[in-house]
Design a protein around this ligand. Sequence first.
Ligand code: A3P
Length: 258
Amino acid sequence: RNGTAIRKKLHFSKTKRRLPQALIVGVRKCGTRALLEMLFLHPKIQKAAGEVHFFDRDENYNLGLEWYRQKMPYSFFDQVTIEKSPSYFVTPEVPERIRAMNASIRLLLILREPVTRAISDYTQLKSLAASTTPQTKINQQKSFEELAIKANGEVNSSYRPIAISIYHTYVLQWLEIFPRNQILIVNGDRLIEDPVWEIQKIESFLGLEPKITKDNFYFNQTKGFYCMKTDGSEHCLHESKGRKHPRVEPAVVTKLRT
Ligand code: A3P
């Protein structure tokens, strides 16, 4: 028992909370949680619990970097700390604030086919509607088609799930602040189909030894997605990840894609 206590103490003294060296900055509903959990299979990665929302919420940002550091997990000096807050992507102040913390930070931006992303966003808002304001409830009784296309037939780009899917408007703000080689675009559609392929690219981008292999994954027929294996235990993402999407009129999908 004494030996265990000493080892714990040694372990503790060699670790500390460190500011993140990499961030998943978005995009919401593109697989940000799956990406973080899959990267966490790597022994040299530590992740913050939950979404910290430091750079996008003034009430947090104003608390300063020490507050942010305290939200980070304990890590060894050679581990990479990662945090994910998907709303960083769409908040104009965020890129400059991140640069002020660490100009050489590595950024992961996961994207999906934008119409699928918009439908996923709509599906999530609809499922959350029961617990939100009456106005949201009314909006969420509407079909995706009604919300995405205006009465005059134009695309309703002020509908938030559509606006967020117009990626280039936000990407430009990031490219003004960070060099392109500091941003890795992760393919969220491929992360679903072939997680190992996508994750191995990220190991290399983060300068980590390749450790994550196909043995870390198995396809769960019931969930319809890959789930993870670590040390003999298996786990899938929460049931809110991998929701069934409503059928959307093909003409509307085509119009949005165009
Ligand atoms: P859907 O629920 O619409 O299918 P985020 O974590 O950014 O909110 O993204 C959620 C999306 O992650 C899900 O959207 C799902 O398609 C995707 N995803 C990717 N890999 C997944 C996995 N292995 N298990 C569950 N969902 C996964």
